[in-house]
Write a protein that binds this ligand. Structure first.
Ligand code: PLP
Ligand code: ZN
Length: 388
């Protein structure tokens, strides 16, 4: 067990490991897990990875679970990093890649966060987990809770894609659909959790989902032979994956695996819900709530993110960017990626392509650079958006 303590991402206050925590009790911001990386690096070496399991638990020493028997797994992570040659050729980009997260259990990258969060909940004796979700996090929580024999209570907007609702029901979760947005669902969980005895696993309101998501950063580095890409384009809702990757890069540098160079981190949001893009353009560290949030990319319909400052800090420190794309653009991109590469992307993942075009057009990304797009989920979950 290499966790040394937890630390507030805003005020730096320290918290004891091996206890249940939500937000910082001092300032209400997210807590991050800190490791004794010197110790972790003794057994976790680039060489040792060659013989390890083909899932995200290959990075065991930098994941928070203490005892192996508490790991709740469905075979998540270690997804392919596909060289997008045909799509790249259209853009004159010979080094374009897609990290295909639709190949995770429950068909999205939310599996990474939930394997870590549910394993930790099990280890710390939690029996009832509650989450507000745009859809995919709900499906993942339902599945991992079932796998662990724990109860899941799920709150989603009524117009969440139908597949997400059905998958939760079929994996035994309690599902409530609400009129409103994910923020309204979050408020409902907060209002009822104490009386109901639920542990709140809202993204970044518990410290472990981001630990599962950070493995995206470890995998990227390993799959690119320890040379990070020039830019990463990431569809951002709550931003957990982006924050996680940024954390992973620091951890890898501290373990001596990579240097100080970082990819430019790019946030993509839908024009109908772009609080981070707006804050980035205005040079703010915290984002205002985005009014009347609307987009078919349901995972991007997050009008307010508690980790906003962590996202914006990473964008700024990396010399990155924040771009919004319209629903028409991202829906058209799904077919373009599908026909070129054989991937039926989630609309959130497809949004990376029009964002890339915009950055190429203004010279913020060059054609010869190595760029990774994140397909965070599976198009089959969104048939309503594709005329199905
Ligand atoms: C497919 C998909 N992509 C992207 C996101 C946004 O993820 P994050 O909250 O890590 O920014 C979500 C969130 O629901 C999602 O389901
Ligand atoms: Zn704090």
């Amino acid at each position: 067990m290499n966790v040394s303590h937890l630390e507030c991402g805003a005020c730096g206050r320290g918290y004891e490991a091996r206890r249940l925590h939500n937000l910082c009790t001092e300032c209400g911001k997210p807590l991050l897990v800190r490791y004794d990386l010197e110790r972790a690096a003794r057994s976790l070496t680039k060489e040792s990875l060659k013989d390890r399991c083909a899932d995200l638990w290959r990075y065991r020493e930098v994941l928070p679970v203490e005892r192996d028997e508490n790991i709740v797994s469905l075979g998540e992570g270690w997804t392919p990093l596909l060289h997008a040659e045909r799509l790249g050729a259209r853009l004159s980009m010979p080094r374009l890649f897609i990290k295909d997260e639709s190949q995770n259990p429950t068909q999205s990258f939310k599996a990474r966060g939930m394997t870590a969060a549910v394993s930790m909940a099990k280890e710390l004796g939690v029996t009832k987990l509650a989450v507000p979700s745009a859809g995919n996090a709900a499906g993942a929580l339902a599945a991992y809770s079932a796998r662990a024999g724990l109860e899941a209570f799920i709150f989603m907007p009524r117009d969440t894609p139908r597949a997400n609702v059905v998958e939760c029901e079929q994996t035994g979760a309690h599902v409530e659909l609400m009129d409103g947005l994910i923020t309204d669902c979050g408020a409902e969980v907060a209002r009822r959790k104490e009386a109901e005895g639920w542990f709140d696993v809202s993204t970044l309101k518990e410290p472990y989902r981001v630990e599962g998501k950070k493995t995206l950063g470890y995998e990227l580095a390993e799959q690119l032979d320890w040379e990070l890409p020039d830019a990463i384009i990431y569809p951002t809702g709550g931003g957990t994956g982006l924050i996680g990757m940024w954390k992973a890069f620091d951890e890898m540098e501290q373990m001596g695996w990579i240097g100080s160079q970082r990819p430019r981190m790019v946030t993509v949001q839908a024009a109908g819900c772009a609080p981070i893009v707006r804050a980035f353009e205005e040079g703010k560290r915290f984002a205002d709530e985005f009014p009347n949030a609307a987009t078919v990319a349901s995972g991007l319909r997050v009008p307010r993110a508690i980790g906003d400052f962590l996202i914006l800090d990473a964008l700024k420190a990396s010399g990155g960017a924040a771009v919004s794309v319209t629903d028409e653009e991202l829906i058209a991109a799904t077919r373009e990626i599908g026909a070129a590469e054989g991937l039926f992307c989630a609309p959130e993942g497809a949004a990376c392509l029009p964002a890339l075009r915009k950055l190429l057009a203004v010279g913020q990304i060059r054609e010869d650079e190595r760029v990774v797009l994140f397909n965070t989920g599976a198009g089959v979950k969104y048939l309503e958006s594709y005329g199905g």
